[in-house]
Design a protein. Structure first.
Length: 85
C-alpha cells in the first residue's frame, strides 16, 4: 500500500500484517513532514497502516539501508522471552 501522494512508491521491505497493526513503508520525495531531513532526495516513511494518522518514522536512504542491514543481520530478533537481546 502506498500513502497518498503523487510520488509515493512502495519500498522493497513490504508490509507485515497483524490484527493490531500493519507496518508499511513508502518512499517519497516530499520532505515537508520531516524538515530536519529536507536536504535529502527521498525519504522512506514507516507507519502503522491500521492507524495512518498516527506517528511516522522518516528514514534517509542511508538510514534505511542501515536499518535493513540490521534486520538481515538479526539485530532486532527477539530472545526466548520476546525481548530484544
Amino acid at each position: 500500500m502506498n500513502a497518498p501522494g503523487d510520488d509515493a512508491a512502495p519500498a522493497d521491505a513490504g508490509a507485515v500484517d497483524t490484527e493490531e497493526s500493519r507496518v508499511e513503508v513508502y518512499v517519497t520525495t516530499d520532505t515537508s513532514a520531516a524538515p530536519h531531513k529536507a536536504d535529502e532526495a527521498k525519504l522512506y516513511v514507516m507507519y502503522d497502516a491500521a492507524h495512518p494518522d498516527g506517528d511516522k518514522l522518516y528514514f534517509t536512504e542511508a538510514e534505511w539501508e542501515a536499518f535493513v542491514l540490521g534486520v538481515k543481520d538479526g539485530e532486532f530478533d527477539l530472545d526466548e522471552s520476546g525481548n530484544l537481546p
